[in-house]
Design a protein around this ligand. Structure first.
Ligand code: GFB
Length: 325
């Protein structure tokens, strides 16, 4: 049964632990929670390594939050996923198992787990509805991350079923925005293209290389929109059913590259490096469940890219290896 109500879980006066507050998603959730009347609790990796059970149990017993947003994860783009399978599987399994179990042990009233659109089968019918989960084989390049995230979903559902715990799971589509990782070996496509196109423009290069065939289709959600959707779900949603979070629209990678070029003001060409993987051919979420609940993504792609590029220019000196020339 899906339950939606205005005051299902009011945040006023509560302590909300944002796990992963230094990451792109966690920092956006902290920004969004600033406009709620709640206390935000965070813990850096120096205070607690979420992969270590005893550390998580001790920290949770000490801190006793009322709610948890589990945004901590080892994440990365297609190449990082494909080449560092242990990090993506082991780290994420440990983080989610430790945080979910410790939260339940100290009586956390609500927990929001974050999955990913890559939990769905590689060739799932598009757009992908929530019931496509476990209906077919996974995309090989990110199967390790997907298996870890599927396990997190199931663990949250198991706690709800066995203990009546109010744990919910949101499945965001591909994300981008301030605080992203711009390291080309580990990043997703948007930060990679923003960086490569910006540097080509600064150097006067006539060509920028993009990976794969340029034909895969992806849906992109601005991270502050995701944070808004997560707070919406925290307050208004309680069910074992997972919820997709996206825009409901996708673009080809080549079209994305052209939009990035427009935002950056670059007039050069794009060359395809076909030795790099395409990954799944299309990944578009069916967002009707969230739309029916009353939430829609407000930020169009080009506007989100403009905001992200502005953030890059303001923060270029602290982005690892980013060449401002
Ligand atoms: O964003 P991305 O790395 O991840 O790649 P996935 C998306 C598409 O962009 C792929 C192409 O077809 C890439 O080949 N692409 C083109 C590039 N140029 C580049 C570039 O310079 N860098 C990168 N990174 N891609 C991830 C999963 O899959 O999606 C994660 O691996 C996670 O686990 C995330 O689920 C949301 O969309 O293919």
């Amino acid at each position: 049964m899906t339950a939606v109500a205005d005051d299902l879980f009011p945040l006023a006066g509560r302590r909300v632990f944002v796990a992963g507050h230094r990451g792109m998603v966690g920092s956006a959730v902290v920004r969004r929670l600033a406009s709620e009347d709640c206390a935000v609790v965070t813990a850096g990796r120096d205070a607690v390594d979420l992969r270590r059970q005893t550390e998580v149990e001790a920290w949770m017993a000490d801190s006793r939050p009322d709610a948890v947003v589990l945004a901590a994860a080892t994440v990365g783009g297609i190449l990082a996923n494909d080449t560092r399978p242990v990090d993506f599987l082991y780290d994420n399994l440990m983080i989610e198992a430790n945080v979910i179990a410790a939260a339940h042990r100290v009586g956390v009233a609500k927990l929001l787990f974050l999955g990913s659109s890559c939990i769905y089968p590689r060739l799932a019918p598009q757009p992908m509805a929530e019931d496509a989960l476990l209906s077919g084989p996974l995309e090989p390049t990110n199967q390790w991350y997907a298996v870890a995230k599927i396990t997190g979903i199931k663990l949250a559902q198991a706690y709800r079923r066995q203990h009546g715990a109010d744990m919910i799971s949101a499945m965001p589509t591909n994300l981008y925005g301030p605080g992203d990782n711009f390291d080309l070996a580990g990043s997703h496509v948007i930060p990679a293209l923003l960086r490569k196109v910006h540097e080509a423009k600064e150097r006067g290069d006539g060509e920028v290389e993009i990976w794969g065939s340029g034909t895969p289709r992806r849906e992109f959600l601005y991270v502050d929109d995701l944070a808004d959707a997560l707070v919406f779900l925290l307050k208004h949603y309680s069910s074992s059913e997972i919820v997709n979070v996206g825009t409901g629209e996708d673009v080809t990678i080549l079209d994305l590259a052209r939009t990035v070029a427009k935002v950056v003001g670059y007039r050069g060409r794009f060359a395809l490096d076909r030795t790099k993987p395409d990954g799944t051919p299309r990944k578009l979420l069916d967002v009707s469940r969230l739309s029916t609940l009353g939430w829609h993504a407000p930020t169009p792609l080009e506007e989100g890219l403009q905001r992200t590029y502005r953030w890059v220019l303001d923060n270029a000196e602290r982005l690892r290896g980013f060449d401002t020339v």
